[in-house]
Write a protein that binds this ligand. Structure first.
Ligand SMILES: Cc1cc2nc3c(=O)[nH]c(=O)nc-3n(C[C@H](O)[C@H](O)[C@H](O)COP(=O)(O)OP(=O)(O)OC[C@H]3O[C@@H](n4cnc5c(N)ncnc54)[C@H](O)[C@@H]3O)c2cc1C
Length: 496
């Protein structure tokens, strides 16, 4: 090693444990910086890294398995070993042991072990060996199991009304199943939504074939060859062909704990993503930075970028600085974005505005402190959602006429007027949240000669995460092409 923290690509070996979204991105970032890097990626799953976020779209039938491939999974001379689980780390000898019994040496080790779906303690359920009709929703294999069980099924139950549970529920409903969500809290997505938004969301879901059972837990499950029965704590029995457990994700820290690293809820890391051992870093869903485990891809990818900078010795000042996350539900027929402290109750000095139209499935809530958004919920069709995300992201003052945000209408217009226009968007506005791609980067890319969406995606990675920014990126490209195209009327006038 050249120093404790940097690696010399030609001599040092970097071993990454976990070929998920964080591990794959780190390998690509390192390889781009250290062309001759010796990078070994060990992944317990049998597949190469894939876009886990897109599993919701796979479940809903919107993409097939080729649609969840990750561009960087192809590798750049990186030694990727799928189906290889690391079972132990010897910090003194700087080696890892694989499930096959091999010893692999490292100069720098990166833990990118992600998280595991929680399986709740239900009477009748063997948590180590789930029956065919019961599945969690975390991996491609889980998704395949759910789809296999859903084929020919009529009714599905989803335990957990958080973001992933609702994406699974909507996906199964889109396949024609009668879906019931059982949620122990009084409203859906309680971490992101207030009760009023939860109620509007439940109504929207009902219209899409998803029934919700709130404030009730499940106590037991009984599976039979022809179906299953879920017992609820209020005594009700729900019959179904399939049960999806969506009860939370726990950072996968067992390897780190056994190796004696400092572990809290996640593997504790500093601003340089270093664990308590300077030769070991951790990124993604398994890492805990400043007391926070994120469970989202944007911070995982930003951590991968910062760690690559640190290890490559390119920028000794590189530090991970978390950004407040924006949560978006990716379910057909439901537009939802939630951010900041929007689920919090009223407080002094907080200006609160809300608008609700349950019949149309629309709800908006803004929390403003000192003219800046501290939280927002935008549910349903509201053209101001992009503007709201930008205001939240950048901490810029909100408009004097709040209706432009709440309703997506301008003050002087009786009709709905979109407040967003690529021309008005500042260059610093983040367009792709997952990859932190700003409008300015898209414009620079266009000026450098990129003319198609594919060119821009290849250069910036915009749209390659959850994909919800695709329309916005296309809108910006459309705008750029319109201002680049000579106006025939003006041309004719000039010629005359
Ligand atoms: C259905 C679904 C939808 C989602 N939607 C969104 C979304 O819209 N927006 C968002 O930001 N996030 C979303 N997420 C979360 C996002 O996918 C994660 O934040 C992201 O995958 C984290 O990447 P990671 O590499 O840290 O973990 P993972 O992608 O989980 O990868 C970790 C990998 O490490 C492997 N591993 C673990 N232990 C070992 C070991 N000992 N040896 C070898 N390999 C090991 C695992 O098998 C796994 O392949 C979603 C997740 C799911 C499941």
């Amino acid at each position: 090693m050249t120093t404790e923290e940097t690696v010399d690509g030609s001599r040092n070996r970097v071993v990454i444990v976990g070929h998920g979204m964080a591990g794959a991105r780190l390998a690509a970032e390192l390889s781009a910086r250290l062309g001759d890097a010796k990078i070994t990626v060990l992944g317990a799953e049998l597949h190469r890294a894939y876009n886990r976020i897109m599993l919701s779209s796979l479940l809903a039938g919107k993409v097939d398995e080729s649609g969840v491939e990750l561009a960087e999974a192809a590798g750049h001379g990186i030694d990727v070993r799928p189906g290889v689980e690391v079972t132990a780390v010897d910090r003194a000898g700087r080696t890892v042991t694989t499930g096959q019994g091999d010893l692999i040496g490292y100069d720098h080790l990166v833990l990118a072990t992600g998280g595991r779906a929680l399986v709740p303690p239900l009477a009748g359920l063997d948590r180590e060996r789930l029956p065919d009709r019961v599945a969690v929703f975390r991996t491609l294999d889980d998704c395949r199991r759910i789809l296999a069980a859903a084929a020919g099924a009529r009714r599905a139950l989803v335990l957990g009304g958080g973001l992933l549970g609702l994406e699974a529920a909507r996906g199964l409903a889109a396949r024609g199943l009668d879906v019931h969500v059982v949620h122990p809290v009084g409203h859906l997505m309680e971490r992101q939504l207030d009760p009023a938004a939860g109620a509007v969301l439940a109504r929207t879901l009902a219209a899409l074939g998803v029934t919700t059972h709130l404030e009730v837990a499940a106590s037991a499950v009984h599976t039979r060859p022809d179906g299953l029965t879920l017992t609820l704590t209020d005594g009700r029995l729900l019959d179904a062909d399939l049960l999806v457990l969506s009860c939370g994700v726990r950072p996968d820290v067992e390897l780190a704990r056994a190796a004696g690293l400092t572990v809290d809820r996640g593997v504790v890391v500093d601003d340089r993503l270093r664990t308590s051992d300077p030769h070991i870093s951790a990124i993604g869903d398994c890492a805990q930075h400043a007391g926070v485990v994120t469970g989202l891809v944007a911070p995982a990818w930003e951590q991968a970028r910062v760690l690559a900078q640190v290890l490559a010795g390119q920028d000794p000042r590189a530090r991970y600085r978390p950004q407040p996350p924006v949560t978006r539900l990716k379910a057909a027929g439901i537009d939802l974005a939630a951010m900041g402290d929007a689920a919090a109750g009223p407080a002094p000095d907080v200006e609160e505005l809300s608008f609700s139209d349950p019949v149309r499935g629309t709800y908006a809530r803004l929390r403003i402190v000192g003219e800046r958004l501290t939280g927002a919920i935008m549910l349903g069709d509201n053209p101001a959602v992009g503007t709201v995300i930008q205001l939240f992201d950048r901490g810029t003052p909100v408009p004097v006429d709040r209706r432009t945000l709440l309703l997506g209408r301008s003050r002087d217009s009786a009709s709905a007027t979109p407040v967003e226009s690529p021309a008005l968007m500042p260059d610093a506005a983040t367009v792709c949240q997952c990859n932190t791609v700003r409008k300015g980067a898209l414009v620079r890319c266009w000026r450098a000669g990129a003319r198609s969406l594919d060119d821009v995606v290849a250069a910036t990675r915009a749209t390659t995460g959850c994909g919800s920014c695709r329309d916005a990126v296309e809108g910006i490209l459309g705008w750029l092409s319109s201002i680049d195209t000579p106006d025939p009327v003006v041309e004719a006038e000039v010629a005359a």
